[in-house]
Design a protein around this ligand. Structure first.
Ligand code: ATP
Ligand code: LTN
Length: 334
């Protein structure tokens, strides 16, 4: 809690083109929650370099992601939208928290195991301590709530453990944050293999709807989506393909599964896929138009970047100074 108002923190990596899964699982909830809290939405570029990046591409993607936050409906005057690398407090607090984290804890992280298997030629210390930087992101702002998809739960548990461990030694320094997992859209599956989650790093472009896909591409990908031969629109766990399409349609239109089943009673998958595709095109068309405007308005976005980094820095410094004092660093001579 900061100045009596509850704080929300979340972030995304600029490591690829965002998918409909990222939007329905995370961004959409961010917009809904932004009325209730003081919100910080970060582009976590420091996390991105735990995997090798081309510098020009990273810079371009980070900017595109920040524009997407705004285009999705996050008001940059009300919410703090910024780059992690513009607030040095993240890295400074991460160092301190590293000294309170056990090797055994980090060894258990499933994302570390997955990513080190995927990047066996570059298992660096940053990849190992990635969750500590994430804990620093959150604790730096005394966040009460952190909206994420289910896959980030383990990192959030570690963040809570670190906050409690630190507080047990030094008194009440950190707010212990809660995760927020949305009800619909928490896990959107691949359109080509509904056993896998839709992921921005999937090699098959037909598996994911990218937020910047044009209408024809979106319609084509939905038409090709894997379903089954039963042909009736009903939610069944043993038929993950059609169930996933129904989840998408429900998350986009706000209709319940029962309503959807009634709407498409006696109509085939073809008609249903067209309806899902059209609902997604209607959702993304205004978002894409706004994104293009922002992309063209460099001065406006630069102003936001400068102003919001200052706001974030101010909040970060408050916590950082307190932590530095607690651990025994000498005070600065002014
Ligand atoms: P990568 O494929 O590079 O690992 P990703 O697509 O899984 O990336 P992240 O950057 O790890 O995405 O996640 C950003 C946010 O989107 C997180 O809060 C994550 O939980 C959420 N998210 C990612 N994929 C999905 C999905 N298929 N359904 C719902 N939420 C998702
Ligand atoms: N690890 C997250 C991104 C992330 C994050 C955070 C999310 C970094 N720091 C702090 C919430 C709060 C991911 O890969 N999606």
């Amino acid at each position: 809690m900061l100045n009596g108002e509850k704080v929300l923190f979340s972030g995304m990596q600029a490591t690829g083109n965002l998918t409909l899964g990222n939007y329905l699982g995370a961004l959409k909830n961010w917009v809904t929650l932004s009325d209730e809290y003081t919100c910080l939405y970060c582009v976590v570029d420091e996390h991105s370099i735990t995997v090798r990046q081309d510098p020009a591409t990273l810079r371009k993607r980070a900017r595109a992601l920040l524009n997407l936050y705004i285009a999705a409906g996050l008001d940059p005057e009300k919410n703090i939208l910024y780059y992690q690398s513009h607030v040095s407090g993240h890295a400074e607090l991460a160092w301190i928290l590293n000294c309170f984290t056990y090797m055994g804890e980090l060894n258990r992280m499933t994302q570390f195991k997955d990513k080190s298997a995927k990047h066996a030629d570059n298992i660096n210390a940053g990849l190992f301590t990635y969750p500590v930087l994430m804990a620093a992101d959150i604790l730096l702002y005394q966040a009460d709530v952190v909206p994420v998809g289910i896959d980030q739960m383990q990192h959030l548990e570690l963040t809570r453990d670190l906050a409690q461990r630190f507080n047990a030694v030094y008194g009440d320094v950190f707010t212990v944050p809660e995760a927020y997992i949305g009800k619909v859209g928490a896990k959107i599956m691949s359109l080509q293999d509904p056993a896998k989650k839709m992921s921005k790093s999937d090699e098959n472009p037909n598996a994911s709807i990218y937020l910047m896909d044009d209408p024809d591409t979106i319609m084509r990908k939905f038409k090709r989506a894997v379903t089954d031969s039963e042909g009736h629109v009903a939610y069944r766990e043993e038929q993950p393909g059609i169930s996933n399409l129904m989840s998408i349609y429900s998350a986009v239109t706000g209709k319940s599964m029962d309503e959807i089943e009634r709407e498409f009673d006696g109509r085939g998958y073809g008609e249903f896929k067209t309806a899902v595709g059209e609902s997604v095109v209607d959702l993304l068309t205004p978002l894409q138009a706004r994104w293009k405007e922002l992309d063209a308005d460099k001065a406006y976005v630069d102003g936001i970047i400068k102003n919001n980094a200052e706001r974030a820095n101010y909040m970060a410094q408050k916590t950082l100074r307190k932590v530095q004092k607690k651990v025994g660093f000498p005070e600065k001579v002014r």
